[in-house]
Design a protein around this ligand. Structure first.
Ligand code: ZN
Length: 303
């Protein structure tokens, strides 16, 4: 049961206290070093992360719920013959790019080390992509074809979506939603038993339709930019990506755009942050495989 396992994995308060006590001396001793590191951290400048409320469900719960919904989605796609096979050139491409970014995610969220990352391609004309909590990624065929995305541009979207998971934006939004639904006052009981548990499950059912705040989107743009740059993908492609989004929007706007409006402000923030990751990109080992959009035949005989 979901509720059983997340209760199990909650940190034991006694153990925590012991660790905090033992660690105190260490923290003191290494403080000057830590400060120095903080000052020279290379990359984008973002805040300290999502603000969780007392009503935000535990990360374990959100990840389990996410994994279930992701499997349901794959099952639906499979039953309509819309799930691309692992050997499909574009699935290989998406996996390759995702694996390059992955090692750089851990510095943003330690939990990401133990996530069962997954990448799937869904044969829908819709131009969309997402990464659910716990690293469950899906790209829609329409996004790759409609925008004719190059590898660097895919890496920017991949980094953006991974950041939503890394910074637990869904969990944050679930907490906010619980507050607006009048669940304030139920407190910790909400996460355990009975009716509270059912309400929580109801919230989880909306994982895929959650809307993120503008701050979350900015964070995803910037951290995504850094993840991609560290993985050897050109940060300037974030600009070409949004230009493509904008020019496509005049005809049939990509679904991605409805949750990610392209604006001069958005482009401006990305442009301002490119110099912060340029050095990381310059020094990064570059991808040893290049693919290209569907139909170009680069590094693949078909697709
Ligand atoms: Zn986003």
């Amino acid at each position: 049961m979901v509720s059983h396992s997340f209760v199990e994995s909650l940190p034991h308060p006694g153990r925590r206290r012991v660790l905090a006590g033992a660690g105190a001396g260490l923290v003191m001793a290494s403080l000057p070093v830590a400060t120095a590191i903080a000052q020279v951290r290379e990359g984008v400048q973002v805040g300290s992360g999502s603000a969780m409320s007392a009503l935000s469900p535990p990360a374990e719960y959100v990840e389990q719920e996410s994994a279930q919904q992701y499997q349901q989605l794959l099952q639906q796609a499979r039953s309509r013959n819309l799930l691309a096979q692992p050997q499909h050139p574009q699935v290989i491409r998406l996996n390759y790019i995702s694996e390059r970014l992955r090692p750089f995610t851990y510095m943003w969220n330690e939990r990401a080390r133990s996530w069962q990352w997954e990448v799937n391609l869904i044969g829908s004309k819709e131009a969309n992509a997402f990464c659910m909590p716990g690293g469950k990624i899906a790209f829609f065929w329409g996004l790759l074809t409609q925008l004719k995305l190059e590898d660097d541009e895919v890496a920017m979207i991949m980094g953006h979506e991974m950041t939503h998971a890394l910074r637990e934006h869904a969990r944050e939004q679930m907490g906010k939603q619980a507050a607006t639904q009048g669940l304030i006052g139920l407190g910790a009981a909400l996460f355990g038993l009975g009716a509270g548990g059912r309400q929580l499950a109801g919230m989880g059912g909306q994982l895929l339709s959650l809307k993120y705040s503008r701050d979350d989107e900015t964070e995803a743009d910037l951290i995504g930019l850094e993840l991609a740059a560290r993985a050897g993908y050109d940060p300037n492609s974030a600009l070409t990506l949004w230009q493509k989004m904008q020019s496509t929007a005049q005809g049939a706007p990509p679904a991605f755009l409805s949750s990610h409006p392209s604006s001069p402000e958005r482009m401006g923030k990305i442009r301002d942050n490119i110099p912060n990751v340029q050095g990381l990109f310059d020094r990064a080992p570059k991808p040893d495989r290049r693919f290209g959009p569907p139909g170009t035949g680069v590094n693949s005989g078909h697709g």
